[in-house]
Design a protein. Structure first.
Length: 344
């Protein structure tokens, strides 16, 4: 008996530091859908990953350093769960990182180093289609405009330092600076990215303003853009919309404007209907794009959602924006999908 007690005591002493330091959460999203698309004579049908949200696997944790200060980290990687490509492939042959950073969190807010989300990523707070990438007009049109204010990969910034403020009565400030990290003989800041955003949420009201800039590598015509978004929940339905302006996205002195508006209507205790319409007003001739969608989402549980949707994209003669089926210049695109998302 005494030997057993000694063994248990030793085991407890050995394992105690491990448990004290272990504060890691594994999380992720598994999202897949069956989709059909048509653009002129081109058709697509199949199973894709990420209808409502990009599938991902992540690890996050923190360590209490005392006096209200914590060390925190996040490692999050994209998944294509419809294929056998693991965690995706990056240009350098490594994991396809959505975000990966280490930082400090305390009364001052948060400051982190690594690949992180730009303030422009959170434009989905003002999107009635909730950034469903194959259907959301904001997601589709902001990408077409070459915007960094988008709930997509251009809003993930590598080599970045990021600061997030505490909550000031519903107001939060988020700023990021991403280094190009290239040896240069002239201006070292070429291709660096800076963005700052302020978001306010209190009760039924939400509003946000974001500014983003990339220093041009070849001239002084920096890419500048800003976004104003707002949402109001009336109870019977939620109204959401945004307007953004992109300067020098594709050529010097070009200015593109993207706007979208939509609503979310609750249906029963678990269902919601999403309707959204948006337009890209391009500076270039015959290059405008419009998009609209209608979706239905149904919460099967707190973590599992079934969804179905239809989306349509209209192109001017010099545009070929599409969702599932790839078309040619001037072709309209139609997409329909049904899928399921599970979060853990």
């Amino acid at each position: 008996m005494q030997k057993k007690l000694i063994a248990l005591a030793v085991a407890g002493l050995v394992s105690a530091p491990v448990f004290a330091q272990s504060n890691v959460t594994v999380y992720g999203i598994a999202d897949a859908y069956l989709g059909y698309g048509k653009a002129d004579d081109n058709k697509f049908s199949g199973v894709n990953s990420g209808g409502m949200s990009g599938s991902r696997l992540g690890f996050k944790g923190s360590e209490d350093l005392g006096n209200g200060l914590k060390a925190v980290f996040t490692l999050e990687y994209g998944l294509n769960i419809d294929q056998n490509d693991g965690i995706g492939t990056a240009t350098a042959g490594g994991p396809r990182a959505r975000q990966q950073f280490v930082g400090l969190q305390g009364g001052f807010g948060f400051i982190g180093l690594g690949r992180q989300y730009s303030p422009g990523y959170f434009v989905y707070n003002y999107d009635a289609a909730e950034a469903a990438s194959p259907l959301s007009p904001q997601s589709i049109l902001s990408l077409a405009a070459g915007s960094n204010i988008t709930p997509n990969s251009p809003a993930r910034v590598s080599n970045a330092i990021n600061y997030k403020s505490p909550d000031f009565g519903g107001l939060k400030v988020n700023a990021i600076y991403g280094f190009n990290e290239a040896n240069q003989t002239g201006n070292r800041q070429k291709n660096d990215l800076f963005a700052v955003g302020a978001d306010y949420a209190n009760g039924p009201i939400a509003a946000g303003l974001t500014y983003s800039q990339i220093n041009d590598a070849a001239s002084d015509d920096n890419k500048r853009e800003w976004m104003l978004g707002a949402a109001y929940d009336f109870g019977m339905f939620k109204l959401a919309g945004s307007y953004q302006r992109v300067e020098n996205a594709t050529a010097a002195e070009d200015t593109d404007n993207v706007w979208q508006i939509g609503g979310i209507v609750p249906v029963g205790a678990a269902g919601r209907v999403h309707v959204a319409y948006g337009k890209l007003d391009a500076d270039a001739d015959d290059s405008d794009v419009n998009a609209w969608t209608v979706m239905y989402t149904h919460a099967l549980s707190k973590r599992t959602t079934a969804y179905a949707g239809y989306g349509q994209i209209g192109n001017d003669d010099n545009r070929a924006v599409s969702a599932l089926a790839n078309g040619s210049l001037g072709d309209n695109s139609r997409s329909v999908l049904v899928g399921m998302r599970h979060t853990f």
